[in-house]
Design a protein around this ligand. Structure first.
Ligand code: PRX
Length: 656
């Protein structure tokens, strides 16, 4: 539990005593405004979730709400439904048929509006394209697209025919893409020539080609390429393997009937970093997942038909899955989708978009908020943001200063803020305010969502009394929880269930509760770094460094960073005869960036003759964190050679 910045974080939280009660006008109109919801859900969680599930369209009703054989849960057994039918067909039968489902703005300024009917038509056709290519129920499809409506079309088309998608975020490198394709054994890859980012093209097709080069992904039979950034004539296409999206759509059937899916049929795999080894394929299934993303969109975002909702996350992350695509579309919402960077062409792009489209609900990450703070208040101040009525935050703990800034400069002091805690694994929001009911405190995600049994426990699994801190655990299953890790159930048990002997789900986060039972999240207790809201494993960056011919060994840690939350610092030993100089440091940073993607590029590289290790040879990252944070060194008694850390500390403090 002694982790980077933690004691400081606890102190800061303890002195935070500002409280913002819900606004009575907001409460009066809120979807959820009866405080009894918490007790009702706690008294009978299954009845609570069944009520929400009942708001979806089922092809066959379920007969069992939840079957719990720890650590495996099954929800809504016997029930059948289709996700695309819930997100599209049921709206198309109502006045929502002509309502905007997706308002898209490309980075260069191109715009498109897809009504529910438009989206339904595209998804029907693209589902037909996949079927024509021989994709069957249960087959895996990898999606590697920019943030464009076709990403949602591809995802929904997969769900329509029962194919399992695996979306790989466009900033991931060819190596990462290849690894994810091979782990999921995908038969089809859907990509684009490129996407726009800060005025340049991110060359997705070229990266995909590198991933597939020389038969490196033997399961891939077809590559579908969407034309976004260039003249199709200039893109290299491999005969027999690659086909243009627009050509395939020309020959597609107008209708593809939604496949009845069992509630527990796989919906998607999404890879997330593990603290060791290869990425983990988080597996989500159909009925419980859709139930909970829909329930939280209605309750936490207070979604109404009139809203214009903007979640800034890329579809490559779980936030994009649950709160750009599935949750909001299941609720019949209007979703704004923006392709590019917040500072392109100017630092007011987000505020310009909010003004232009009259956005009412805005959901973003603390790392973005801290960047906005740094850029200055003149950017939001230059735009009319009065359409906003609710703000959300996700991805990491939001520091009280950023919370206050968000409330004042973006929310105009009138919008409730929902600080939502959840994970790729949890599928949907688990700890959050309900905006019509919960008094908020800057920096606290407040209380578990109704029906969620979250607790803070000590090393032995005993509940820590209010006022104390410990490990965040979930004591009962919830509908949108991961079901297993793709192809590796043993790892699923080890990673999430072994710490407390299979009794509780361990989230990997530390948390503290105040005297009123409010949760204050304290970050990861394992060796996963949280850089700009992204989980990056220390292990992955270390292996990328060691992959460089001059690098002997590396230890990587996250250190506190004002904007990104954490920045990557690497301690590196070089091989005999190699010059440890600034040129090499630059080269190593480039190397990691090429191997893993730019987000994994280390901010600092410090060369050292040796790394601090225990006698059993385990690197003591805790001490490296102390050094990087400028703290007094913790316990060094288990070190093989305690002198190493003190000389490293001197060196770190005296570097340029
Ligand atoms: O440490 C927590 C942090 O992000 C982790 C989950 O990361 P990921 O699976 O990438 O999902 C991010 C989007 C849900 C958590 O274990 N985290 C997420 N939201 C919050 C948070 N930490 C504090 N407060 C939050 N609101």
């Amino acid at each position: 539990m002694e982790q980077a910045g933690e004691s400081k974080a606890i102190e800061a939280h303890l002195t935070e005593d500002r409280v913002f009660p819900p606004d009575s006008a907001f409460t009066a109109q809120a979807n959820i405004n009866d405080p009894a919801v918490y007790e009702r859900a706690a008294a009978d969680p299954q009845a609570f979730w069944a009520e929400w599930a009942g708001q979806l369209d089922w092809m066959t009703p379920w007969n069992t709400v939840c079957e719990w054989n720890p650590p495996h849960a099954k929800w809504f057994l016997g029930g059948q439904l289709n996700v695309s039918a819930n997100c599209l067909d049921r709206h198309v039968r109502t006045a929502r048929r002509n309502k905007a489902a997706i308002i898209f703005e490309g980075e260069p300024g191109d715009t498109r509006v897809l009504t529910y009917y438009d989206l339904w038509r595209e998804v029907n056709q693209f589902a037909g394209v996949l079927k024509n290519l021989g994709v069957n129920k249960g087959d895996r499809v990898t999606i590697y697209l920019p943030m464009i409506p076709e990403a949602a079309v591809a995802m929904l088309a997969c769900t329509r025919i029962g194919a399992v998608h695996s979306v790989v975020f466009g900033v991931f490198s060819s190596d990462s893409l290849r690894e994810r394709i091979n782990d999921s054994q995908s038969r089809v890859l859907i990509t684009a020539d490129g996407g726009w980012r800060r005025g340049s093209v991110v060359p997705l097709k070229a990266a995909a080609d590198t991933a597939l080069d020389g038969g490196a992904c033997p399961t891939i039979e077809h590559v579908i390429v969407y034309s976004r950034t260039s003249d199709p004539g200039t893109v290299s296409m491999q005969e027999g393997r690659d086909q243009w999206w627009h050509r395939l759509m020309e020959n597609a059937p107008a209708r593809t009937e939604p496949e009845p899916m069992d509630a527990e049929d796989p919906l998607y795999i999404l890879y997330t970093s593990g603290s060791t080894g290869k990425p983990k394929g988080i597996l989500h299934t159909t009925g419980g997942y859709l139930t909970q993303v829909h329930a939280t969109v209605k309750s936490v975002f207070d979604m109404k038909d009139e809203d214009v909702y903007w979640c800034t996350a890329d579809v490559g992350w779980v936030t994009g899955h649950s709160y750009v695509v599935y949750g909001p579309l299941a609720a019949g919402a209007t979703v704004l989708m923006y392709e590019g960077a917040p500072d392109w062409p100017q630092r007011d792009r987000f505020w310009e978009l909010i003004e232009k489209y009259g956005v009412t609900i805005f959901y973003t990450a603390p790392t973005a908020i801290r960047a906005f703070m740094k850029w200055g208040t003149e950017h939001p101040a230059g735009h009319d943001l009065s359409s906003l009525r609710l703000l959300g935050s996700v991805g990491e703990p939001i520091n009280p200063e950023a919370w206050m800034w968000y409330q004042e400069h973006i929310g105009g002091g009138r919008c409730p803020i929902v600080d939502t805690w959840w994970q790729t694994e949890t599928g949907a929001i688990l700890i959050t305010p309900l905006p019509g009911l919960t008094a908020t405190k800057p920096g606290s995600a407040t209380r578990p969502f109704p029906g969620i049994a979250a607790d803070v426990v000590d090393e032995n699994g005993n509940s820590v009394p209010l006022g104390g801190g410990g490990f965040l655990v979930l004591k009962e299953p919830w509908p949108s929880m991961l079901r297993t890790l793709w192809g590796d159930d043993e790892r699923y048990r080890n990673v999430y269930w072994s710490k407390f002997d299979g009794k509780f789900y361990f989230a990997g986060d530390g948390a503290k509760r105040d005297d009123e039972g409010y949760f204050w999240l304290l970050g990861r207790v394992d060796d996963v770094m949280l850089v700009a809201g992204h989980n990056i494993s220390t292990m992955e960056v270390e292996s990328a460094l060691v992959d460089h011919p001059s690098c002997a060994e590396a230890a990587v840690i996250g250190r506190t960073h004002e904007i990104k939350g954490q920045a990557i610092a690497a301690f590196v030993t070089v091989k005999e005869g190699m010059g440890a100089n600034s040129d090499l440091a630059r080269e190593l940073k480039e190397h990691v960036s090429r191997k893993l993607g730019a987000i994994c590029r280390p901010d600092d590289i410090l060369f050292t003759a040796e790394l601090p290790k225990t006698r059993s040879g385990k690197i003591m990252r805790r001490l490296l964190r102390d050094i990087a944070e400028g703290r007094a060194l913790g316990d060094t008694t288990t070190l093989a050679d305690p002198n190493i850390v003190s000389s490293l500390k001197d060196k770190y403090e005296n570097q340029e």
